[in-house]
Design a protein around this ligand. Structure first.
Ligand SMILES: [Zn+2]
Ligand SMILES: [Zn+2]
Length: 596
């Protein structure tokens, strides 16, 4: 068995054992697994005869790369790199293979992604209730996909939610009456809870009735105006908060699985967009450390093979006191290898798809006549962003609707005027609808757009669930990546995993073709290949505020490398989509695959 296979098995085994709670492997043992391919500290390795993409603007291509310890010592032509590497360098012939920087995901939730890896996923999009019930029965029999006493299933097709009453008629009765069941939508914002789960969360007709009207819409209601189990955003976080807490062992196992998965798709860095808090966008509480201890433990055991920028969620309306809490967290979790807390995350709105419709659009939804405002008061957001900028904290804004994007940009405009010498590059993520008037404002205020372009395709999620309900003047401004690029926006690549796959090459290919089962979504917005490669390397490094040390291949930067099975600059979009990572190296250590 190869070392890699052994390493992969060891880690998989560690995950299973920890998850089962049967045995916890010693820290030293796990660290050994991660270090098994460690290079002798000062040995230089020369990778030659490669197709190298460096992501450096002034020299994007090269033939060879030399590394020493965790650092790149030279990149360039074969002769130049050979000279820099010295005669004693260990030489590796890459036989013309494609080598590039470790990729960076500018918005993801990899620990939650890890939970979905170790729990059951139901990716079947047939929207067949009998199939789903059969799957649930199997999970109950297998006893694996439980958090405490609650059966949890991830990644459900959103098409199930319009059948919430049917789900309730089956899954809240008989054998399921006493067992809490929670189904989570593939969008990360929606879900469904059976009667037992709703009872535990205190969710009943009376509860919904006493809510203000604008909060009632986070719950699906039956004809008797009792909840039918469907929940979105605020509703989902009510259910999520009532779940038994995953044990630290489960979260650690999820972390191991999440890191391993990210490395396997060539990712060596990410922005964790809700390291504390969730999509309800509620205020950061004193002493809430969220997932940070899990990252800390992964780092301690030598298993955090990625640069992680962890963002706590704050609520602008809850005041500037939260900034002091973020600063306190930075102190509390400083000096942890590969972990930074560069700033904070703000939700400007929810999601646009029917029936959720919590995204802030500038015009009303046609079915309800309602205009959804941003989740914050503009003045509170303005002072939050201005003060964060002044204190050197990055702001990462979730904005789906054109109204939310506008509100985010308005706040960045105020901050730029207040702090004209500020150099921080803040970011807006998703940007599903961007008013053409606002597209150049990204460049104007130096705000990076962290885009999930895997979502830019013609399918029910962008057509049936949106087009009938969104004003015809807004709808064509969906995922306007190319327009933004041409108006000077810095575009970073992001996945929002586990909402959708984190595999970067699939997202790059999608950004380029925008083709789905129901056709091409606004073909004029297709992205150029090279722009997407920059998006997932240097531009994402910029989102993490780490471009000085990662994101490109250049002497002095960290040796984060990815070996790919094809030339992703030369192949067709179809072949790009299927590109496989052969090996991933993080800080000079091989963390996935073979060949480096
Ligand atoms: Zn989001
Ligand atoms: Zn997210």
């Amino acid at each position: 068995m190869s070392t890699d296979l052994k390493q992969a098995r060891l880690i998989t085994r560690a995950v299973k054992l920890l998850f089962a709670g049967a045995l916890s492997l010693s820290a030293a043992h796990l660290a050994l697994a991660a270090d098994s391919s460690n290079k002798a500290d000062k040995e230089t390795t020369l990778y030659f005869n490669a197709h190298v993409f460096t992501a450096e603007y002034n020299a994007p291509y090269a033939e060879a790369v030399a590394i020493r310890g965790d650092t790149i010592v030279a990149v360039g032509s074969q002769s130049a790199v050979e000279k820099a590497a010295g005669k004693t360098a260990h030489k590796v012939d890459l036989h013309g293979q494609f080598l590039m920087p470790g990729m960076i995901d500018a918005h993801a939730h990899p620990l939650m992604g890890g939970v979905t890896l170790i729990m059951a996923n139901y990716a079947d999009d047939s929207v067949s209730i009998p199939n789903l019930v059969a799957f649930i029965d199997k999970q109950i029999a297998d006893k694996k996909s439980f958090i405490g006493d609650t059966l949890v299933i991830y990644d459900l097709d959103l098409g199930y939610w319009s059948h919430s009453a049917e789900l309730d008629a089956i899954l809240s009765q008989g054998p399921y009456a006493a067992m809490p069941i929670v189904l989570s939508g593939g969008d990360g914002h929606t879900g469904w809870a059976n009667l037992a789960a709703r009872q535990r969360a205190g969710l009943n007709a009376e509860f919904v009735r006493q809510l203000p009207a604008e909060k009632q819409k986070f719950f699906g209601l039956g004809s008797d105006s009792a909840p039918n189990g469907f929940v979105v955003d605020f509703g989902k976080s009510l259910i999520d908060a009532s779940l038994p807490k995953p044990t630290p062992e489960v979260m650690f196992a999820a972390g191991v699985a999440g890191v391993q998965y990210m490395n396997s798709v060539g990712i060596t860095g990410w922005l964790d967009a809700a390291a504390i808090g969730d999509a309800s966008g509620s205020a950061l509480e004193a002493d809430d450390v969220g997932l940070l201890p899990i990252y800390q433990e992964l780092a301690k055991q030598g298993l955090l093979s990625a640069h992680v920028a962890a963002y706590p969620v704050v609520s602008p309306d809850a005041g500037l006191g939260q900034l002091a809490l973020v600063e306190k967290l930075r102190k509390q979790f400083k000096d942890i290898p590969n972990l930074t807390i560069p700033g904070l995350k703000v939700f400007a709105d929810g999601v646009v798809e029917y029936p959720s419709q919590t995204a802030a659009l500038t015009k009303p939804y046609s079915n309800t006549g309602q205009t959804v405002p941003p989740m914050f008061k503009q003045a509170a957001m303005n002072s939050m962003v201005t003060e964060a900028d002044k204190r050197g904290l990055l702001v990462h804004v979730h904005a789906i609707g054109d109204g939310a994007v506008k509100a985010g940009l308005d706040a960045f405009e105020v901050a730029r005027k207040a702090n004209p010498n500020g150099k921080l590059k803040h970011a807006i993520t998703h940007a599903q609808f961007v008013d053409p008037q606002d597209q150049q404002r990204f460049a104007q205020y130096n705000v990076i757009a962290a885009l999930q372009l895997l979502w830019a395709l013609g399918d029910p999620s962008t057509i049936e669930l949106i087009k009938p309900y969104v004003d015809a003047s807004i709808y064509p401004n969906m995922y306007p990546a190319r327009s933004m690029l041409e108006k000077g926006a810095e575009i970073a690549g992001a996945s929002d995993w586990p909402v959708t796959s984190a595999a970067p090459f699939a997202a790059m290919a999608q950004a380029e073709v925008r083709k789905g089962p129901e056709g091409v979504l606004f073909p004029e917005q297709r992205m150029p290949r090279l722009a997407m490669l920059y998006a997932y390397t240097r531009n994402s490094a910029d989102v993490l505020n780490q471009l000085k040390t990662i994101g490109t291949l250049a002497a002095g930067k960290r040796a984060d490398l990815v070996l790919v099975d094809r030339d992703v600059l030369a192949v067709s979009a179809d072949e790009l989509k299927d590109a496989k990572v052969l090996a991933t190296m993080f800080a000079g250590k091989k963390v996935f695959g073979a060949g480096l």
